[in-house]
Ligand binder design. Structure first.
Ligand SMILES: NC(=O)c1ccc[n+]([C@@H]2O[C@H](COP(=O)([O-])OP(=O)(O)OC[C@H]3O[C@@H](n4cnc5c(N)ncnc54)[C@H](O)[C@@H]3O)[C@@H](O)[C@H]2O)c1
Length: 282
C-alpha cells in the first residue's frame, strides 16, 4: 500500500544488485511512494546483477560508481543533479563487502590488505559519499541519509569477522557527520541495524542459515525481511521523521533486546535430548 510519503522527493540508492538486495526493495518502495531515484552500483555488479531491469521499472537511470572512489562519487552526484534538475533529498547507502569473509580468512589470522578493503568499502565509502555531497551542496535542507548496519557493531557474533569493525565505524560516521550536516543544513544521518536477511551479501556470512534461524527464534516479532526494511527506510526518508538523527535504529523484530526466548530455549533443550539419545545408543 502506498501513502505518497515521498511525493516530490528525489534520492540516490546505492547497492541494488538483484531482486533479493535490500536496496532493490527500497528502490521499488521509494518509486511506489512517489520518489524520483537514481540507482548506483559498481560496473562489475551492473554486469553480474540486473539493476537495469530495476531502473526501467522505476523510471530511473543507473550511474556506475565504485563508492570508494572519489572521482566516481563526484561523477555520480553530478549526473544525479542533472537528472533531477537540481539538489536531491535522500541517500541510501546499502553497500558491504569483506574480502576476508569471502575468502574464509578468520578474524584471528586476518589479512590486513583485505581488512583495509573491508573498511574502505563498507564504512569509509559512507563518509566519502557524504563529504562529496556536502562539498557539492547536493542535498536539500531537511534531507535524509541512511546506511544499513548490523548488531555485530555492538555485540560479538561468531563468524561475522572484520565486518563487525566496519559496521562499528559506519555507525560512528553517522553520528560524527550527523552533527555537522544537521547543524548546517538540518540534514539527518542514521543507520538501520537490520536482521539477518537472505541476500547475496547476507548469505556469505559464516553459518548464515543457523544465524537466521537463531535470530528468528529469539525475536518476539521474528526476523525483519528486506521488504520490512524497505518500509522502515521510507519512513526515514519521509518528512515524518525530521528530528531523528545520529541514531543507530534497530530493525530486528526485538532481537537486540533479548537474552533468551522460549523458542530458542526449546531448541537448545532438544539438542540436549538428542545428545542423551545418542549416548544411550552408544
Ligand atoms: N543481508 C543481511 O543479513 C544484512 C543484515 C544487516 C545489514 N546488512 C547490510 O545491508 C547492506 C546491503 O546488503 P544486502 O544484504 O542487500 O546484500 P547485496 O549483496 O544485495 O548488496 C551489497 C551491495 O554492495 C555493493 N558493493 C560492493 N562493493 C561496492 C563498492 N565498492 N561500491 C559500490 N557498491 C558496492 C554490491 O555490488 C551489492 O550491490 C550492506 O551494508 C549489508 O552489510 C545486510
Amino acid at each position: 500500500m502506498a501513502y505518497n510519503l515521498l511525493k516530490g522527493k528525489k534520492g540516490i540508492i546505492f547497492g541494488a544488485l538483484n531482486d533479493q538486495s535490500i536496496a532493490w526493495k527500497v528502490a521499488e518502495r521509494a518509486h511506489e511512494e512517489g520518489a524520483q531515484i537514481v540507482l548506483s552500483n559498481t560496473a562489475v555488479a551492473m554486469r553480474l546483477g540486473n539493476v537495469d531491469e530495476l531502473a526501467e521499472k522505476c523510471n530511473s537511470i543507473v550511474v556506475p560508481a565504485d563508492a570508494t572512489n572519489a572521482a566516481d562519487v563526484e561523477n555520480l552526484i553530478a549526473k544525479s543533479m542533472d537528472f533531477f534538475g537540481g539538489k536531491f533529498d535522500f541517500i541510501l547507502h546499502s553497500i558491504g563487502m569483506s574480502p576476508n569473509v569471502r575468502k574464509g580468512i578468520p578474524y584471528d589470522n586476518i589479512n590486513y590488505e583485505n581488512y583495509l578493503k573491508t573498511i574502505d568499502i563498507s564504512a569509509l565509502s559512507f563518509h566519502k559519499v557524504i563529504q562529496m555531497c556536502r562539498k557539492m551542496d547536493a542535498i536539500n535542507d531537511w534531507g535524509s541519509i541512511v546506511a544499513l548496519s548490523y548488531v555485530a557493531a555492538q555485540r560479538t557474533l561468531y563468524g561475522y569477522n572484520d565486518m563487525a569493525d566496519a559496521k562499528a565505524l559506519l555507525e560512528s560516521i553517522a553520528r560524527s557527520f550527523g552533527y555537522i550536516y544537521g547543524r548546517e543544513k538540518k540534514i539527518r544521518i542514521n543507520t538501520i541495524s537490520q536482521s539477518p536477511t537472505p541476500t547475496t551479501a547476507g548469505s556469505g556470512v559464516f553459518g548464515f542459515q543457523s544465524l537466521l534461524d537463531f535470530t528468528d527464534r529469539m525475536s518476539p516479532l521474528g526476523n525483519a525481511s528486506a521488504d520490512d526494511c524497505a518500509d522502515y527506510c521510507i519512513t526515514l526518508f519521509s518528512d515524518l521523521t525530521k528530528k531523528v538523527t545520529m541514531q543507530n535504529l534497530f530493525h530486528d523484530g526485538g532481537f537486540s533486546s533479548m537474552g533468551m526466548s522460549e523458542s530458542a530455549m526449546n531448541q537448545y533443550d532438544k539438542s540436549f535430548k538428542d545428545c542423551d539419545e545418542l549416548k544411550k545408543k552408544e
